[in-house]
Design a protein around this ligand. Structure first.
Ligand SMILES: *Cc1c(COP(=O)(O)O)cnc(C)c1O
Length: 214
């Protein structure tokens, strides 16, 4: 089974302390079950409806991570089961997650997505906004802010990628003890090795496990 091989190869390559999120977006349930049957339990999706459909039809011990941009009006649909929201990029979104979490009396783990790439299109908060978002988050009882997430520029220039990861790691370390951070979510199929070199604790890998997406 190639998915199983891909997973095992990847896992043998990364330190056991680094958490692997298998990004299953666009991929069918049977491919997720191949990974599941080889022991994997953590999957990442970037669309709400797709994640809900998969959650409903697949084993309940899967941990679902929302890695994409999240619209505020969709938070309520995933609040009951999502295990980590990676892409929190505004105070408004934090407030909505807190509100939905409070209604079901469940604390939801979140990461703040930081805009580290050169592309305008990638979501995320700016470094200059980080301090105020962190300050505000302390008042939200149903949010457990466990760390930071970032996506590097899409480029073959490793110096660019490395500098972006290095700067994010610096920020992560700066706030780590004050906010009790434990997760730095950086690294995808193309750059997870760079990310791990710069202190990633969680990588989000899709195509290297499940094959290219259309
Ligand atoms: C799709 C996606 C990934 C995985 O990308 P691959 O290059 O297939 O590994 C990781 N993170 C986010 C936020 C994504 O949207």
């Amino acid at each position: 089974m190639t998915i199983k091989n891909n997973l095992n190869n990847l896992k043998s390559e990364i330190p056991s302390s680094v958490v692997l999120v298998a990004v299953s977006k666009t991929k069918p349930n049977n491919m997720i079950m191949d990974a599941y049957d080889s022991g994997h339990r953590i999957f990442g999706e970037n669309r709400i409806q797709e994640m809900i459909t998969k959650y409903e039809s697949l084993p309940k011990d899967i941990e679902w991570h929302m890695i994409g941009h999240l619209q505020r009006n969709k938070v309520k649909y995933i609040a009951p089961f999502v295990s980590l929201i990676h892409g929190v990029d505004s105070i408004k979104l934090l407030i909505e997650i807190n509100k939905q979490a409070k209604q079901i009396n469940r604390v939801i783990k979140c990461l703040l997505q930081i805009h580290i790439a050169k592309e305008e299109t990638k979501y995320g908060i700016k470094y200059s906004e980080l301090e105020s978002v962190l300050n505000y988050s302390e008042s939200l009882e149903y949010i457990n802010l466990v760390g930071l997430m970032g996506m590097a520029t899409f480029t073959k220039d490793e110096q660019v990628i490395n500098l972006e990861f290095k700067n994010l790691k610096k920020k992560y370390d700066f706030y780590k003890s004050k906010y009790n951070f434990s997760v730095l979510s950086i690294g995808m199929s193309g750059d997870y090795q760079n990310a791990i070199n710069f202190g990633s604790t969680m990588i989000r890998v899709g195509s290297k496990i499940f094959g290219e997406r259309k």
